[in-house]
Ligand binder design. Sequence first.
Ligand code: NZQ
Ligand code: ZN
Length: 381
Amino acid sequence: MLFSYHNPTRILFGQGQIAALAQLVEPGARVLLLYGGGSIKKNGVYDQVIRALAGRAWWEFSGVEPNPHMETLDKAVALVREHKVDLILAVGGGSVIDGAKYVAAAALYDGDGWDIPTRRHTVRRAVPLGAVLTLPATGSESNTGAVITRAATGEKLPFLSPAVQPRFAVLDPDTMKTLPERQLANGIIDSFVHVCEQYLTRPTGALVQDGYSEALLRALAALAGSFAGRDDDLWRANLMWAANQALNGLVGLGVPQDWATHMIGHEITARHGLDHAVTLAIVQPALLRVRLEAKRAKLEQMGRTVFALEPGADLAERTIAAIEALYRSLGVPTRLSAAGVAGPDAPGRLVQALERHGMTALGEDGAITPEVARAILTQAL
Ligand code: NZQ
Ligand code: ZN
């Protein structure tokens, strides 16, 4: 095991914590409030934020779309430069927070912003940012990652940089009260797959990372099992914290990681517009079946510790079935055809996009070549 661990995001968790922005944000700060399509105006979050910002110089930029577009975000970059903003405050879900990360990095870079997700530019500096989370799913509020879409070419690519990790994140579960059922299901699935990407690889004997991964997976499975009781403060708090912990870097420390489900899923969203979590629910069971032998030991461990399945020669297969059943129990499709992506040509086009983006050796051991990706997508039809 070899790693360096530093998580510099201060988290303020719990009901009423948005008011704490008044202490978190310096009195002399020049703030850009960045948000999405307006859900925060309907549920009172916007009002709470501007109340807490009273006395600061602040501007706002709205209209960051789900799977945020670089073209939109570049307009916010111009505002940051014009007003010499020194804090970007993202108020929303993963798309708004990812968008803020791009804006924070692009504002201090003179070249083409697309150089950031394509990694032609390595982000070492960014305008400081903070987050008020309204949709628990991505973990973006306390990690270094962001995923950006270029609408002009229909490409969606991730980048990572410690410079864009939020300085603070406010996690008030009350903000979730207006979330549609679909986004709550998405949040459970995205978080579940985040843990799996860092856990379902090969045995490493990393007792802490495995044990905490299993605790998170059990918690998420329990939240799926009690989905009918989701209008409950504790249910919301548990999902918000589990989603954060699933992708704040901790469970992946020093262990092999997969992320192929995510990279293939991003291509599906870019091309067909499906929600991020829906792509994961479609790709992951197919990937696990195609990569069964490489992942058998960890699948068996997960079957025992997360789903309490009985031992047996087909334990790994039954674990995959249990994962898929969990997604279906939330009403989320687990096949491309069920999600409206029809036609035998779909896998071929998606594999071409992966190749164009250099994603030709995915997975924990680089074994997911374009040919294997095609087998996974064909299995997912
Ligand atoms: O735009 P508004 O009006 O706010 O509406 C949003 C949006 O339509 C709505 N919403 C958010 N909070 C709400 C609410 N509606 C009612 N009440 C609330 N409290 O939900 C819709 C979806 O929001 P979005 O931010 O797109 O969802 P999510 O948080 O799932 O983010 C998905 C994006 O994050 C990326 C994905 O690829 C995708 O682009 N990811 C980012 C990661 C990271 N930074 O670490 C990792 C993930 O694996 C993921 O790839
Ligand atoms: Zn994800």
